[in-house]
Design a binder for this molecule. Structure first.
Ligand SMILES: [Zn+2]
Length: 442
């Protein structure tokens, strides 16, 4: 067996004019928008980074510590890929019910994994993200390997006309990667990472494409024998092969170019390998990723920052379900089902309440001005409480001066109130969560 000797011609994309220009700072942040007219057939591309403080080991990771991934350093070195070794379980073989998403054709599509991972990256302050197509269940629900590119790694995020990308369908992952890189080469933009978002600019369909600064990645022609000769038309197999190769060679992530050729009798695959330190790897609940697509907000009453925080607190609530000892198995199941609904969120200024929800429905109203200053714990408690109403659980009105936390009475022992205990082990004593009318809304 021979070593991975580079044979020309390489599959390296044509060099962009400033690929190795020392004058260009490594982390120059050259974000440009091709147009301001992005209206979005799908929701908008990720917002700019909200803040940089990100915990690489979240509560879910701690709960998973009986597995392999127990240290922060491993998380940085691609723990997800190591944990979800293809040898340990058959990737992509899980029925969708076991995966924890709905059976929707949209959500079983591969491009959905790119899109939801990228949106997840956006609400956590990362520049971009993608799924590495590994998944596993360590007992707390199915998680998917998610690679999160740090701020500064994306040189441009552009809305590129679909016609400039060969009118390629979003679902054709290999071809869209190739076309996007061709476009990047032609315009000197860097390393293409499609976001798999689309929008309408007038009547022109545009696709969102990240272009990573070339210094973020190392290009290699990887010999097929090193990665098991994956089928170039199989996006999942190619993504896993790139991820596994990257992990075992000390990189933070890998992206196939989806080009393959035979040089001197050896099949090689083009790969962009993300250098260490430029990306984090995180195992994210499949339901939390899908939520990035299912949940929506009323843009007239919910600001971008408030929406991102709402999704992060919904994530904390979902992370708490599995290990919570205050809900029955049936209640947990109903709560998970509620989280798989398409929930609409609207802001409200209604006096005297933190939030309200439609009993058994799909609408949540949030009093951002009242609730959000109360902090992350209270927000997550309120959201999980409202999601219990979405799941169909009600409670009697709280009786002033009679009902008190932990009294085991009809109010504080109701399912929505017990759900609050999942978050921080205590119940909120705030009396302003809801008006007495709620949850009889509709
Ligand atoms: Zn309630």
């Amino acid at each position: 067996m021979t070593g991975p000797v580079r044979r020309e011609p390489s599959l390296r994309p044509a060099k962009s004019p400033w690929a190795d220009d020392p004058e260009i700072p490594r982390f120059s942040y050259l974000t440009l928008r091709a147009t301001d007219g992005w209206t979005g057939l799908n929701p908008v591309p990720p917002r700019p980074p909200i803040h940089r403080k990100v915990s690489t080991v979240r509560s879910m990771m701690k709960r998973l510590s009986l597995g392999v991934c127990i240290s922060t350093s491993m998380a940085l070195l691609g723990c997800g890929g190591e944990m979800m070794d293809a040898d340990a379980m058959a990737d992509m073989a899980l029925p969708e019910e076991a995966v924890g998403t709905t059976a929707s054709a949209v959500e079983t599509a591969s491009d959905f994994r790119f899109r939801t991972a990228n949106r997840y990256a956006g609400i956590h302050g990362y520049a971009a993200g993608y799924g590495n197509f590994h998944e596993a269940n360590y007992g707390a629900g199915v998680v998917r390997g998610t690679i999160l590119l740090k701020p500064g790694t994306v040189a441009h995020y552009l809305a590129v006309p679909r016609s400039s990308l060969g009118n390629t369908a979003l679902s054709n992952i290999p071809e869209l990667f190739r076309r996007a890189q061709d476009y990047g080469n032609a315009h000197g933009l860097g390393i293409a990472l499609p976001s798999f978002e689309q929008g309408l600019n007038g009547s022109v369909v545009e696709y969102g494409v990240h272009f990573l600064h070339p210094s973020v990645v190392e290009f290699r022609d990887v010999p097929g024998w090193a990665i098991g000769y994956p089928d170039v038309t199989d996006a999942g197999a190619m993504m896993r092969a790139a991820s596994d190769y990257a992990s075992s060679n000390g990189f933070a992530g890998g992206l196939p170019t989806f080009h393959s050729a035979i040089y001197s009798g050896t099949r090689v695959y083009g790969m962009h390998l993300i250098r260490p330190g430029y990306a984090d790897s995180r195992d994210v609940l499949a339901d939390v990723l899908a939520m990035q697509d299912r949940f929506s907000s009323d843009t007239a009453t919910v600001t971008g920052d408030n929406w991102a925080r709402t999704l992060r607190r919904h994530e904390a609530a979902q992370d708490s379900i599995q290990t919570c000892t205050h809900l029955t198995t049936l209640e947990k199941s109903a709560l998970r089902s509620a989280y798989r609904k398409a929930i609409r969120h609207t802001g409200t200024n209604e006096a005297g309440i933190n939030a309200r929800a439609e009993l058994g429905g799909d609408d949540v109203w949030i009093n951002f001005g009242v609730l959000f200053p109360q902090g992350d714990t209270e927000i997550a408690q309120t959201l999980i409480h409202e999601m219990m109403h979405i799941a169909g659980y009600s409670h009697p009105d709280r009786r002033n001066g009679i009902d008190t936390p932990y009294d085991g009475g009809p109010y504080y022992n109701s399912a929505p109130l017990r759900a609050e205990l999942c978050i921080a082990g205590f119940q909120s004593i705030h009396s302003t969560r809801e008006s007495s009318r709620e949850p009889q809304t509709r």
